[in-house]
Design a protein around this ligand. Structure first.
Ligand code: ADP
Ligand code: MG
Length: 233
């Protein structure tokens, strides 16, 4: 009689799910000055991680490498289980459009495009997300009815909420935010931070939030401290 499943033929256990974002020993210098000294981190899907550190500690440099905006001089960057630091910059940009949502201190909306078309930019580049998803996100950030407005007629807080909707529109695996509320007053900063974190969590994105702001770091599941280009306890 034939055994259907011999003990040594049992299916192997499933490998652990890939992290939303992983960095391995990232190193970066500007000229003779080394700004990152081998930084490693892992952000799981649905997890929110804050990075704090004094000005000049390397936070923005790290975020640019993690978002593939600059090429790491050494080390690895992985988005949802795919290594991307080895891609050329154009391939990385195409990958980024669908996988990584970026939010900066300043919103960087395109002035000639209306609110809806700004939110649709990463969708059009990646083929992920559509006008329905974009309009839904705009409603969630309190901007229903403003789809056709140009950015110039919006307040700073409203523009930053458009930037949040734009980052999330293609359902990215990773959201990277660099001082996303740094240009806002306190009330607007709280609103934007809450929206960013709750919407990203609902979508199961992994979020890395660079901030000076203790109140913003309080939204995270854990906080990493960067000092002189290294994580410290
Ligand atoms: N493009 C650049 N060219 C030269 N030096 C840079 C550049 N970008 C950042 N630096 C330097 O790298 C260090 C870290 O900067 P940054 O990553 O912006 O820190 P943070 O965001 O924590 O304030 C600083 O000393 C800064 O002056
Ligand atoms: Mg910075």
């Amino acid at each position: 009689m034939r055994r259907v499943t011999a003990p040594d033929q049992l299916p192997a256990p499933l490998p652990p799910a890939p992290a939303a974002l992983e960095a391995v020993r990232l190193r970066h210098s500007f000229g003779a000055v080394t700004v990152l000294h081998g930084v490693s981190l892992r952000v799981e899907s649905g997890e929110v991680v804050a990075v704090t550190g004094p000005s000049g500690s390397g936070k923005s440099t790290m975020l640019h490498l993690l978002g593939g905006l600059d090429a790491a001089q050494d080390g690895e960057v992985w988005w949802a289980g795919e290594r991307v630091d080895t891609l050329d910059s154009q391939a990385r940009a195409m990958r980024r459009a669908g996988r990584v949502g970026l939010i900066f201190q300043h919103h960087y909306l395109l002035d000639d495009l209306n609110v809806l078309d700004n939110v649709l930019i990463p969708c059009r580049l990646s083929g992920q997300g559509d006008a329905g998803r974009a309009a839904d996100l705009l409603a969630r950030v309190g901007l229903a009815g403003r789809e056709r407005a140009l950015p110039e007629v919006l307040s700073g807080g409203e523009r930053q909420r458009v930037a949040v909707a734009r980052a999330l529109a293609p359902r990215p695996a990773v959201v990277l935010a660099d001082e996303p509320t740094g240009s806002l007053d306190r009330a607007n900063a709280e609103t934007v931070a809450e929206l960013l974190v709750s919407l990203a969590r609902e979508d199961g994105a992994g979020v890395l939030l660079v901030t000076h702001d203790e109140r913003l770091a309080a939204y995270a599941d854990r906080t990493l401290h960067l000092l002189d280009g290294q994580f410290v306890e």
